[in-house]
Design a protein around this ligand. Structure first.
Ligand SMILES: [Zn+2]
Length: 168
């Protein structure tokens, strides 16, 4: 059994690319330690209970549309998990973990150079917390004041570092 580490699709025969999302599949990736997350989706599932995080199956159509429009997520991109930074749940500010990378949208108070990083670029970055913001280096910042909870911010930071670790 092979598992795509980007979208968690499972397939029996080795293929050079994932039949669902097209990500390259390496044979060596498929000898995981039991119980360890093997894909971005599996890491996200571990953190599903964290405040303001929503797995794709639990995002209704209105939220999904708001998020895709305000984060500029291409229609062919698969959304795995959403972080909603808004107090009233409009999903117009926050970030989305997708098969192709990380997309985000800040409110007016948080400057960022980019609003998208593909996973390859993401694995090159040091991920840290600076007050209420996730800092990714090179001028890239994701606002996270809306979660209003230091413990949740730490959990989200840990989740992003785990994603980085499985992709390396
Ligand atoms: Zn895939």
């Amino acid at each position: 059994m092979f598992t795509c580490k980007y979208c968690s699709t499972e397939f029996l025969e080795h293929k050079p690319n994932c039949p669902n999302c097209g990500a390259p599949i390496k044979v060596s990736e498929n000898n995981p330690k039991t119980g360890e997350p093997r894909s971005i989706r599996e890491v996200c599932t571990k953190y599903e209970g964290t405040k303001n995080l929503h797995m794709d199956e639990t995002i209704d159509a209105r939220r999904m549309t708001n998020m895709r429009n305000s984060f500029n997520i291409p229609t062919n991109e698969t959304v795995i998990m959403l972080y909603d930074d808004t107090i009233f749940g409009s999903n117009k500010v926050g970030f989305a973990i997708c098969s192709g990378g990380l997309y985000w949208k800040n409110d007016w108070s948080v400057d960022t150079k980019r609003t998208f990083l593909n996973w390859e670029a993401f694995t090159q970055r040091e991920i840290g917390l600076d007050g209420y913001h996730i800092v990714l280096g090179r001028g890239d910042t994701i606002g996270m004041a809306g979660v209003g909870d230091e413990q949740a911010r730490q959990q989200i930071l840990t989740m992003l570092r785990e994603i980085k670790a499985i992709l390396q």
